[in-house]
Design a protein around this ligand. Sequence first.
Ligand SMILES: [Zn+2]
Length: 412
Amino acid sequence: MSTRIAAGFAALFLALPAGAGAQAQEIVLRAASAIDGRGGSIADATIVVRDGRIVTVGRGAAATPTYDLRGLTLLPGLIDTHVHIDTHFGKDGRATSQGETPQQSMLYSVENAYVTLMAGFTTVQSIGSPSDVDLRAAIARGIVPGPRLLTSITPITENSGTPDAIRAFVRKMKADGADLVKLFASKSSREGGAQTMSDEQIQAACDAAKAAGLRTWVHAHSPSSIRAATLAGCTTVTHGSQATDAELTLMQQHGTWFEPNIGLVSQNYLENKPRYLGIGNFNEEGFAFTEKGIPMKREMFKRALKVNGLKLIMGTDAGAGAHGRSAEEIIYRVQVAGQPAGDAIVDATSHNAMALGLADKIGALAPGFEADIIAVDGDPLKDITALRRVVFVMKGGKIYKNVAPVAVAPRR
Ligand SMILES: [Zn+2]
């Protein structure tokens, strides 16, 4: 057995008590640096965790680090505000769950939750499926490994009825345990993205959600649908692929969160085209829209970056084939669309936490916060692709992954 493997086993045994519920135990992490999620970073960082929460974040050596992650960078657990955690390639390899039992479908969701957590995403918002509710409960029980899960359960569309019917539907979603409400205010980008819900329907949904204490996430591609969602006081516009400078500025003025999905979702559809083709609007015409949308979204995002004060967040719209790859959206924003790496990381951590209404709990390395901490191999501020190399994952003080290369101390 090499020293490295032996040390790896030692680390594994150290991890067990924490994982087995001995949460009163203190865990000390030491790393080359820590990115705090709010735009700051600390060299030679030491983080102390107790009872599942961060106690201190500081500089300099701890007496005995429980985990010596020298050479690595610590970050708050990443957040994806837009996934479809139930979507998967079924037994025939196609992007549909047709012909599956509910049990089979749920196991795919469990797999998606696992790969998402292993990729360093400790919180995701699923937008949304009825099966999310049971998955959320299973993860919260603490045995099934997965990210903190939020869900919109069932979306509202133009077919959800009158404003009164929509208000009643929102109250039902609240009673069913929804964390937010999803609206489809426009067609899919594969169908041109025109507004579908009326302004009155959008207003009713966002008013009722606000009254029920729920956030709203509005799928909107066309300028008119983005304007309607913004003017109705909805929480977040997602996609926004056809936003002009006027809509970007309007969102900024109204404090609307904007979650563009410019990278992973299209990449994934094109990479997996044979698995999608022929299902719903995944036809040749739809794929032509997807291809055309890539430069359009990239240019829209570049314009969005120039709107001072626009509240940008990071969501991927991850579907079948994209789970566990959410960091690709961050990498794309930096490498292709020119967003500074530090800003892209803030979007995917503290900004996302704010948009989820969890700004005092997650999304930052700060005292009192949930100990959602990851380590990546490299410095993502210098090389954003380090986010592909997540070697350590802690959620709520519990370690779910530690494949960190062991630092070799010089022997005397
Ligand atoms: Zn979506």
